[in-house]
Design a protein around this ligand. Sequence first.
Ligand code: ZN
Length: 153
Amino acid sequence: MTFTLDSNILINLVRLYPRDIFGSVWDSIEMTVASGDVCICEAVLREVHRGGDELYNWAKDLPGFMCAVSDRELLTVSEIATEHPDWVRGQLNEADPFVIAHAKAERSVVVTEENRKGPNTEDRNQKIPNIADDHGVGCIKFFDFVRGQGWQF
Ligand SMILES: [Zn+2]
């Protein structure tokens, strides 16, 4: 199984698990990237600028980490925009449909800290797991991912 990371996972890494203290967390992630099991999409790379230049440069320079967007993914993104016109609101969540589209194209699982909203939630309040459902894309949280890898720190 392969995984694609949402922006909040990378931003949390910097905030909650700084590399000078939690170096083995970062090393472990780099190993999964090297083995082709973990990636981010182009839109997430753009978004992680919010986490600072150091995070951005790390993500950009990690070989094989960033996957360029494909035409097929752009098609999924426009489908999502048609189905949920009020979901994406500017910079707040503009990468989200791309994360789902990338996972769908690669048949991978999204790792995100976003929480699923209940039924009848308005589009503008939907979260990645809700929209991912429409496209048969699974979502897990960071600790589920870590447990799945069998990591202990
Ligand atoms: Zn990828």
